[in-house]
Ligand binder design. Sequence first.
Ligand code: SF4
Length: 379
Amino acid sequence: MLFERTFDNCCALNFPTVREWKQSHPGGKVIACFPVYAPVELIHAAGMLPVGLSGAGDRLDIQHADARFGSFICSIVKTTLEMGMAGHLDPFDGFLFSTICDSARNLCFVMKRNFPKMYVDFLHLPHNPSSPAAAQFLAEEYRRILTELERLGGKADDAAVRHSIGLYNRNRALIRELYQLRTRAPQQVPTSELYQLIRLGSFLAVEEHTAQLETALAEFRSRTAKLRDSIRIVVEGSFCEQPPLTLIRLIEDAGCYIVDDDLVIGQSWFESDVPTEGDPLLALARSYLDHSVYSSVRHDFRKPRWDGLVDKVRRNRADAVLFLIAKFCEPAYFDYVPYKQELERAGIPHLQLEFEEKSFTFDRLRTEIETFVESLVFD
Ligand code: SF4
């Protein structure tokens, strides 16, 4: 693949791309955003680099975090705190969390207590999107966050926010094009490659990542690859803690084309461009409420998530759903029940597997996936 920077390098614990960015932007500040969604446009508009935190994978042994969290907590929460306590997050100047689950909420305040000199903020996303006050509430919450960011970075007027929205719109439009190409021709766009490409965006400036997406799109389009006799699946449940890359490769090698997924979903959160006219904070808020993907970490009973999953399966002409759920991820496990019920009503086969970001042996998972694939191929 033609990435200028390798995935492994970007994910390294010393955050080399962040250090490079700081060297080329003397005095520049970097804000780490915990998954799933963050209004990165505001950070960019204030002259700072937003970076997506995605845990430490298998690159870190837990020595401090176990003493601060109970045992039934997902790995990403523990490795994020551990990275902080071991000094790996030193290149960052602030942390942004949001209302995705109790574990993330607690992590925010544990970080605040352990790093009192650091800017640590918690974004309150609306819980009742059908309320007429929701858009204004969220726009005001964005205004509050932006004011804090301006203290740390620089002034961000409406024109600057609109400019940043435009840059991220282009980035997300390219990701949508790549996803559409994968649905049409999954043999040309393996998810193990696409995932790395999209996740690079967590570590790079948006301008640099967009250039990489443009190059990759052209390269994927020009590829010739023979269609294998594989089943088409949707991967659901990996919206926060990320599965090891080896596991994604294993799923493909076991005879699956992943034709849609919710991996690093924050980077393709909006289904269409955020308007760049009018009040940019209100535009971001309205897009969050009305033009974003469904997710287990947001409740919107105007558009039930289980309907969204069935629609995703049909839109992508998928044969089945693979639930890939991080161990102890409450939002994913809570949703598994209604998802399963709806898939069964619709006659869509599914398999549920559990992973941890630090997993390194996959023999049992390989057997389960291969058996599932065989059951569909020889049905
Ligand atoms: S993996 Fe699940 S439980 Fe853990 S922080 Fe993310 S959403 Fe919360």
